[in-house]
Design a protein around this ligand. Structure first.
Ligand SMILES: [Zn+2]
Length: 102
C-alpha cells in the first residue's frame, strides 16, 4: 500500500468518524416534544415518515397545527400516538346466499 492509498483511507475514516460524532451529538440533544417548542401548544401530532422510521426508529416527526412548526422528536416508549402495526384482514371469499350459481 502506497502513501496515497493510506491517505485516502485515513480521509474516509475521518469522514465516517465525523458522521458518527454528529449522530451521537444529535441523539444526545434530541428530546421528546409532547408540546410545541415554538408556541407551547399543548399537543403536537405525529407525522408518518417511513424513511425516518426505517432509518432512525427512535426518532419521530411532529407537527403543530396551531403555528405550523415541524420538527424531529425523540420517540417515547409509552407514547399513545405511536401507530401500532395493523395486520390486514384476510380476504374472505365472496359467497352468495343460496350457494354459487353456475
Ligand atoms: Zn406551535
Amino acid at each position: 500500500m502506497d502513501f496515497s492509498n493510506a491517505a485516502v483511507l485515513v480521509l474516509i475514516g475521518l469522514v465516517v468518524l465525523r458522521g458518527i460524532l454528529i449522530g451521537v451529538g444529535a441523539a444526545l440533544i434530541l428530546r421528546a416534544v409532547p408540546e410545541c417548542p415554538a408556541c407551547f401548544a399543548p399537543a403536537t401530532f405525529l407525522l408518518q415518515r417511513r424513511w425516518l422510521r426505517r432509518l432512525l426508529p427512535m426518532v419521530e416527526w411532529r407537527f403543530c397545527p396551531q403555528c405550523g412548526w415541524q420538527g424531529p422528536s425523540k420517540r417515547q416508549p409509552g407514547d399513545a400516538s405511536v401507530p401500532r402495526p395493523v395486520s390486514k384482514p384476510e380476504a374472505q371469499p365472496f359467497e352468495e346466499p343460496g350457494g354459487p350459481r353456475y
